[in-house]
Write a protein that binds this ligand. Structure first.
Ligand code: NG6
Ligand code: CA
Length: 512
């Protein structure tokens, strides 16, 4: 009998290792469906394409919302962000919006014995609900309290103060003699702003982005102090990467979960000089190249650690693309024939497909066979699917909107979720199969340098057939009232009372 026992133990331990891969989320910012070359983009994203060719490249992969905070919220919590009123673009001094009693995917994986780390953008708020956060003391609650044992991050976005890095709850390189103060309502200290000192600016910005100048770039919000701690935009990708690589290369017995969330392709797009002009598409194209380079470096680190085969990598983005987003950086003028949204209409801030249909690539060299998948999957599903992979139940009060789409994620099935709710600035839409329904309200999108384009949606809403009409131009709502009824009922069921949006989008939803 002894050999049977040995055989069984052997099998069990092999299965165990294979089902507890390292998990790496590489989460782009404002990267559109059409930005990578494997999705038809004009910048050569060689490293991303390599992973896509060895893995599953999804054509119907979604983030949950057309802006950052809500999508990140859904990714980590497995809950649709429209359920949480606070999950909207946050100022840089907003309190933490994740309830620590609802375990995130990081908390869940930590519970399962994973080492966990965040390197990059956070933008889910920091500090207590009463707003009493002091940037010069321990910053909590934050990533640690919701499951990231290690963290190295900025508070919100690169265009929002405070423009510093935070490591494990402390501002990096903070000089106690030069304390930080942050204010989103009125100026603090004597810092030059974009409005008062436009001659100091390297990039001209709109009024919203014309507050405190850091590194020659005016930001949203005011800060003073923390001079030694201020980041240099040019070094940001290298910095997050260095921290992430250290984490990957650390000696440890347990598997890891790394959430790598660089700034690319968010504004301000001020990349390292070695990437400036590396593409013909201006700063926006250069930022895509930086993102691709980061992917290559992470893969190399995984190889060096001997972990590439046993790492489940997901590459995606938090919302669709935007060209002009507050800084006159030439993104529009230099885009040429590149279409960052790919075949879809709209982008960031928008309920059109381009707002939430994003690149979505799953690679796991030891397990996943190459394919292109049309299965519908959402970032809100990653939590439930990974729990299924580990063979563990989801914690109570967590991830209720996620579906287990593991077979689709691993390229073993063409079936994903049957429908998806799409959110933009707290207004909803639904896609089921090839049908897309946009209820009454407003569809907003950034247009050129002239601000916003707003489409008013009247009763009974808009209905499109995405296969026949990917650009969402031909409204079929009046022709197929039964279909409208069916899709509207899905929204009413998922979000009672939230089906019909407002005619004007609340400025609060835009973070100002
Ligand atoms: C908007 C900002 C935009 C960007 C966005 C957040 C203005 C006029 N625009 O309010 O520049 O920072 O918020 O982007 O202030 S996100 O990707 O983090 O959602
Ligand atoms: Ca974003």
């Amino acid at each position: 009998m002894r050999w049977i026992a040995v055989f069984l133990i052997g099998t069990v331990s092999v299965a165990f290792a294979a089902d507890r891969p390292n998990i790496l989320f590489i989460y782009g910012d404002d990267i559109g469906y059409g930005d990578f070359s494997c999705y038809g983009g004009e910048v050569d994203t060689y490293h991303i394409d390599q992973l896509a060719h060895q893995g599953v490249r999804f054509t119907s992969g979604y983030c949950s919302s057309a802006t950052c905070t809500p999508s990140r919220y859904s990714l980590l919590t497995g809950e649709y962000a429209f359920r949480n009123q606070s999950a909207q673009i946050l100022p840089g001094n907003a309190p933490l919006i994740i309830d620590p009693s609802r375990p995130t995917i990081a908390a869940f994986l930590k519970q399962q014995g994973y080492a966990t780390m965040l390197s990059g953008k956070w933008h889910l708020g920091l500090g207590p609900a009463d707003g009493s956060l002091n940037w010069n003391e321990v910053i909590r609650p934050g990533p640690k309290e919701v499951g990231f044992e290690e963290s190295f991050h900025m508070a919100a976005t690169a265009d929002r103060v405070p423009s510093v890095y935070i490591r494990n709850g402390r501002v990096v390189h903070l000089d106690p003699a030069d304390p930080i103060e942050v204010n989103y309502k009125e100026p603090v200290g004597n810092e030059p702003t974009g409005l008062s000192h436009p001659h100091l600016l390297r990039v001209q910005a709109d009024e919203q982005h014309a507050k405190t100048i850091i590194n020659g770039i005016s930001r949203i919000g005011y800060m003073t102090g923390g001079h030694a701690a201020r980041f240099r935009d040019e070094d940001m990708a290298d910095t997050y990467l260095r921290e992430a690589k250290q984490f990957i290369l650390a000696e440890r017995d347990e598997p890891f979960f790394l959430f790598f969330a660089p700034n690319e392709n968010h504004v301000p797009r001020v990349v390292h000089p070695r990437f400036q002009g590396s593409t013909s598409l201006g700063p926006r194209g250069d930022a895509v190249a930086v993102f691709d380079w980061c992917v290559g470096e992470l893969v190399e680190a995984l190889e060096e650690a001997g972990e590439l085969k046993n790492t489940l990598i997901v590459i995606s983005s938090d919302n669709g693309p935007v060209l002009f987003d507050g800084y006159w950086d030439g993104a529009i003028e230099q885009q040429g024939s590149h279409d960052a949204s790919g075949p879809w209409r709209g982008g960031k801030y928008s309920r059109w497909e381009g707002g939430t249909r994003v690149p979505f690539i799953v690679s796991w060299p030891g397990r996943v066979q190459p394919s292109i998948s049309d299965a519908m999957v959402s970032q809100v599903d990653l939590y439930a699917s990974i729990a299924a992979l580990l063979g563990k139940p989801m914690p109570e009060h967590a991830g209720q909107d996620g579906r287990n789409v593991l077979p689709a994620l691993l390229g073993e099935s063409d079936t994903g979720r049957s429908y998806i709710i799409q959110e933009a600035l707290k207004q909803l839409a639904v896609r089921k199969g090839n049908w897309k329904y946009i209820p009454p309200g407003s569809v907003r999108e950034r247009l050129g340098l002239n601000g916003w384009k707003q489409t008013n949606v009247e009763e009974p809403g808009l209905l499109f057939h995405l296969m026949e009409d990917p650009q969402e131009q031909i409204d079929l709502a009046k022709r197929y009232p039964e279909r409208v009824k069916e899709l509207r009922a899905i929204i009413e069921q998922e979000a009672p009372g939230k089906g019909v949006g407002k005619k004007r989008i609340d400025k609060k939803q835009l973070g100002f």
